[in-house]
Design a protein. Structure first.
Length: 332
């Protein structure tokens, strides 16, 4: 792929809350401009464009993908549509940043990756957690051996949502449940630090709507390391993470996936608080990565490579198979 030697022109597919947060975050990104938005109707596109100062508003995703001046599209649609929307944009020659979960299963994920590679296009899962300054520093400290060899990771993401069978969280027709919506974060956190698992054991409480309302996962990794992870839609959890090493431990006490602080405990030493605050949602860091990759001619990110997205989806497929949980939309 040839480097793009000018500001990168973005399109946003979708007009929901995440799309709005991303549009706002793009203002903090160097060498980026928001050119277009696509929705399923003109009124929604026009309203979004007016609020976020977008020049072009399209009444369909097809029109957005066909705009010859758009370089890259951020897919902000519901996760049941990620595969379809990504394939549309890649087929139209657009680079893509797709929200997580990347797709519904590994079959879809592999098709997305194959099309991107065939067309020589950039593709990345929007695992924005990996680009947050504190997570970058956490990985640097661990790689530098600050807590020795990592032996165990613990992380959870859960809240108590009102039970609404029609909402995307609880509706099986919308691929609801804790795993795909929330569990992807602790699983991705574990993968960042320990790589893909060699063994997986999981349990879920399947609620009356037919989706996992809470679930837990124990992963074993290649050198015997363990990850103990959980996610929940009807249970408030600590939303924290611990990383345990042979010479210390690190605690991310608040919303580990968007953390601004952590505490490093080295054996027999005083705790070291580490603060790395940032403004806004934090989406600007992943957007900057996309821009930097496109301007340097890279078709995938070294921080969030496509192989990691495939591996993560394989893990979630294995977990759902253990529960016997499939979604009707996957058979379409």
């Amino acid at each position: 792929m040839q480097p793009i030697n000018r500001p990168i022109r973005w399109g946003i597919l979708g007009t929901g809350a995440i799309a709005a947060a991303f549009a706002t975050a793009l203002r903090q990104v160097t060498d980026a401009t928001l050119l277009a938005v696509g929705s399923r109707n003109q009124a929604s596109a026009d309203g979004f464009a007016q609020i976020h100062n977008v020049d072009r508003a399209y009444a369909s995703y097809v029109e957005l993908a066909a705009d010859p001046d758009v370089d890259v599209v951020y897919i902000a649609s519901p996760h049941t549509a990620h595969f379809e929307n990504t394939m549309l944009c890649l087929g139209a020659g657009k680079h893509v940043l797709c929200e997580k979960p990347f797709a519904l299963n590994s079959t879809q994920t592999e098709q997305m990756v194959a099309l991107a590679k065939h067309n020589g296009l950039f593709l990345m899962e929007a695992m924005w957690m990996r680009f947050i300054p504190l997570i970058v520093e956490l990985k640097r400290r661990i790689d530098a051996g600050d807590i020795g060899q990592v032996r165990m990771v613990q992380a959870d993401f859960g809240f108590r949502a009102p039970l609404n069978p029609n909402s995307r969280l609880f509706n099986p027709e919308l691929a609801g449940g804790a795993l795909l919506d929330l569990g992807v974060y602790p699983l991705a956190f574990s993968a960042l630090l320990l790589g893909q698992p060699t063994e997986i054991t999981s349990l879920a409480d399947i609620g009356r709507t037919g989706v996992d309302e809470q679930s837990a996962y124990v992963l074993k990794h290649k050198d015997g390391e363990l990850s103990t992870l959980a996610s929940a839609l009807r249970t408030q959890t600590s939303m924290s993470a611990w990383v345990y090493g042979t010479q210390g431990r690190i605690h991310l006490p608040k919303q580990f996936w968007r953390a601004k602080e952590m505490v490093l405990y080295r054996n027999d030493m005083e705790p070291e608080p580490i603060h790395l605050p940032y403004e806004g949602s934090g989406y600007q860091f992943e957007a900057q990565e996309v821009v930097d990759c496109l301007r340097s001619g890279q078709t995938e990110s070294k921080v969030m490579p496509l192989g990691d997205s495939v591996s993560l989806m394989n893990t979630m497929d294995t977990i759902r198979r253990q529960w016997g949980l499939t979604f009707s939309i996957e058979a379409e």
